[in-house]
Design a protein around this ligand. Structure first.
Ligand SMILES: C[S@@+](CC[C@H](N)C(=O)[O-])C[C@H]1O[C@@H](n2cnc3c(N)ncnc32)[C@H](O)[C@@H]1O
Length: 216
């Protein structure tokens, strides 16, 4: 399977996907990309704009995961603006550009992940643990234990087994907070694969049926 992991961060969502796939990760921050590469030496890590990369390469993969930045969609922004702590910002509609592109033009399985926003989503997502997932396959609910108490996270903490103390990077706390729970990453990955496997089995079955009926 050729997999595209966009807005890769340090690879929370990717952690449990194993090493048997050909994974391309795109991350714009070189320090964060270097940490990802250290954790996943077999992945191809590209320092680039994931939004542009998606448009140019979406046809080349079997599975695409995208985690666009959430700050302009999150309730933290709304509360902050209303409390006078932040300036208001337009919600970044690149999120919906990617969802629409993937929904209409890709043949592969995809998932776009973001936080539950402060406004009604413009396209109905699936929802797991206060996160939205737009995907072209069903994602059943999954119980997981979240190691992070978000507000208590500190940069030197080991979160989901990721120890980033030896690396040079700004705002390690944010890097750790940004991660998708690896168990959720695996769950969603399996949902995409399972459906593919079931589809394949069905196709095999149909082929066999045709062969049998031809003999008949
Ligand atoms: C929400 S985090 C991703 C978390 C990741 N999915 C995980 O589970 O660890 C978003 C990441 O996208 C990166 N980023 C922001 N804008 C980007 C862009 N235009 N192209 C590529 N990466 C970008 C940020 O530096 C950040 O690391």
């Amino acid at each position: 399977m050729k997999i595209l992991n966009l807005y890769a961060g340090i690879g929370g969502n990717r952690k449990l996907w194993g090493d048997e796939h050909e994974i391309t990760a795109v991350e714009i921050n070189p320090e964060i990309a270097a940490i990802y590469q250290d954790f996943f030496p077999n992945d191809k890590v590209i320092v680039a704009d994931a939004h542009k990369f998606l448009l140019e390469h979406y046809k080349e993969f079997d599975f695409i995961w995208s985690s666009p930045p959430c700050p302009t969609h999150s309730d933290i922004r709304r509360c902050g603006v209303q409390a006078g702590q932040y300036e208001a910002k337009y919600p970044d509609m690149q999120l919906y550009q990617e969802i629409i592109l993937l929904m209409h033009f890709t043949k592969c399985k995809f998932v776009v992940e973001n936080v539950r926003g402060y406004y009604n989503p413009l396209i109905k997502p699936q929802e797991i643990h206060r996160h939205y997932f737009w995907a072209n396959f069903p994602i059943p609910q999954k119980r997981t234990y979240d190691q992070r108490v978000h507000n208590d996270i500190i940069g030197s903490q080991i979160v989901y087994g990721f120890d980033i103390n030896k690396f040079k990077a700004e705002n390690k706390r944010k890097i750790l907070r940004n991660m998708v729970n690896p168990e959720i990453g695996l769950h969603i990955f399996n949902c995409a694969f399972k459906e593919k496997q079931q589809t394949l089995k069905l196709e095999d079955f149909k082929k066999k049926e045709t062969i049998v009926s031809k003999k008949d």
